[in-house]
Write a protein that binds this ligand. Structure first.
Ligand code: GTP
Ligand code: MG
Length: 442
């Protein structure tokens, strides 16, 4: 039986801010955070009492969760403001029969969380109701940035922490989130502040700071792929087993495979996670000379995919004898226009080794992986090799990792200073200031 604890008077919500704390996508549970700028718990409790029917009549205490039903603001408020249409139905006796089932978590300093169903409708309704009562809807980054701020924080910590929070809330895996969280907790900020402070007391330290930036930049590629997946393209001649390899790696039949060349015509994408790293695989049409117009268009698309890839898995079919694995048999890739644009990051795979009569020497080659896509032989090794190529050196806990192009550009400026024949102090100091966001008007 749900006890009513409604206050009929309209609560004063002018100082209350709220936001959706969890990411924008659909999830099992979403969290709406409330906080009173004056840190008044009374204010927030009055607001909750107006919109929430607790299942228990005992007074709320900080850190004690409370189950109940979100009924929304009293009807008179809703009529004034609202597009909110989900008012709770009330039985003749006064008890609420339905509304949004929620869990409310009172916290200290005028903060409160509402945990509700993770669909857009439930969160949208709660935020609409809160806005209708006069609460201000703010960005979750603002709320989180304050939560992570520590004593003595100043504008110096602001920009990098905010940028890290923006990445953190969009990270798709625990592994990537851990790296972003490290930056929220000050990985990059500490390095930048310490380096700047040191530089200002010892102008000759710029060379060392510049060397450190070079080391940090090793993680730039990882930092830029915490949210958007690495792009791995399977390419090679027709019928060698590219689509079969894709299916074997992701564990289900995403692509059609057939014993005839030209099965895959278009670029086919699919996202997965290997070892905590988000990866988008792209299967492509077999590359070969000539072909009808639709095949040529498929090959053109394959070439574009190759040109953008973080890693190209170059698949060929194992043959008896000793096909040179990484040189002339790759003419189809190397002669392609895209290869001229940049050195291609290639991982060589010889598939269908089960068809070999036996070429033991071939298997000794270390720069090529051998697979049987149809029986998953060599697939774990292929997955491990893909990760080793994409993330050769994962960042250690707490290490600074640049999370966006802006941060990377600042670090590249600092790193370039090491080649300077003259003093690079000014260059490094300016770039550190920019990295910290201290060049912007407050
Ligand atoms: N024996 C053997 N057959 C394989 C292996 N891998 C794939 N096949 C078969 O080879 C044929 C071609 O496989 P696909 O995966 O469609 O080849 P593809 O490279 O994607 O071909 P296109 O899309 O035409 O470029 C299919 O009949 C697969 O079952 C393997 O390791 N061993
Ligand atoms: Mg195919």
């Amino acid at each position: 039986m749900i006890e009513s604890c409604k206050h009929e008077s309209r609560p004063d919500c002018n100082s209350i801010e709220c936001c959706r704390l969890t990411g924008d996508g659909r999830s099992a549970v979403a969290v709406v955070a409330l906080r009173d700028r004056l840190q008044s718990s009374d204010n927030v409790h009055r607001l909750i009492a107006a919109c929430f029917q607790s299942a228990s009549a005992t007074p709320m205490k900080a850190d004690q969760i409370r189950y109940g039903v979100w009924t929304g603001p009293p009807e008179q408020h809703k009529e004034q403001h609202s597009e909110a249409t989900h008012s709770a139905a009330t039985k003749p006796g006064g008890s609420v029969t339905h509304g949004e089932s929620v869990v409310v978590l009172p916290l200290d300093r005028g903060r409160m969380e509402i945990h509700c169903h993770g669909g857009q409708a439930a969160v949208g309704r709660i935020l609409d109701d809160l806005a209708a009562l006069g609460c201000q809807i703010v960005s979750s980054i603002e709320v989180l940035a304050d939560e992570f701020a520590t004593d003595g924080d100043s504008s110096e910590t602001g920009r990098l922490v905010r940028e890290a929070l923006e990445v953190l809330i969009r990270c798709p895996t625990q592994r990537t989130a851990a790296i972003a969280l490290d930056q929220v907790r000050g990985g990059m900020t500490r390095w930048a502040i310490d380096s700047r402070t040191r530089l200002r007391s010892d102008r000759d330290a710029w060379g060392e700071v510049s060397e450190q930036a070079v080391a940090i930049l090793r993680h730039a590629n990882v930092g830029l792929h915490l949210v958007s997946p690495f792009d791995v393209v399977l390419a090679g001649p027709p019928n060698v087993g590219k689509s079969s390899l894709l299916n074997a790696v992701i564990g289900y039949d995403r692509a059609i495979t057939m014993d005839q060349p030209g099965t895959t015509r278009d670029v086919l994408s699919c996202e997965t996670v290997i070892d905590g790293w988000p990866i988008r695989f792209r299967d492509t049409a077999g590359l070969h000379e000539g072909g009808e117009s639709i095949e040529r268009e498929g090959m053109r698309r394959a070439q574009s995919a190759i040109a953008e890839a973080d890693l190209v898995v170059a698949v060929r079919q194992a043959q008896d004898g000793s096909p040179p694995p990484t040189s002339d048999s790759l003419a189809w890739l190397e002669s392609s226009t895209v290869a001229a644009l940049r050195p291609l990051p290639i991982l060589h795979v010889l598939n269908k080794v089960d068809l070999l009569a036996g070429s033991p020497d071939l298997r000794k080659q270390t720069d090529v992986l051998y697979t049987v896509a149809t029986t998953a032989v060599g697939i774990p090794e292929l997955m491990a090799k893909i990760i080793a190529r994409l993330v050769p050196q994962p960042p250690s806990t707490g290490e600074p990792v640049p999370l966006n192009r802006r941060q990377r550009d600042c670090l590249e400026t600092i790193a370039r200073a090491k080649n300077s024949t003259e003093s690079g102090f000014a260059e490094v100091d300016t770039a550190l200031t920019r990295l910290l966001g201290l060049d912007e008007p407050v």
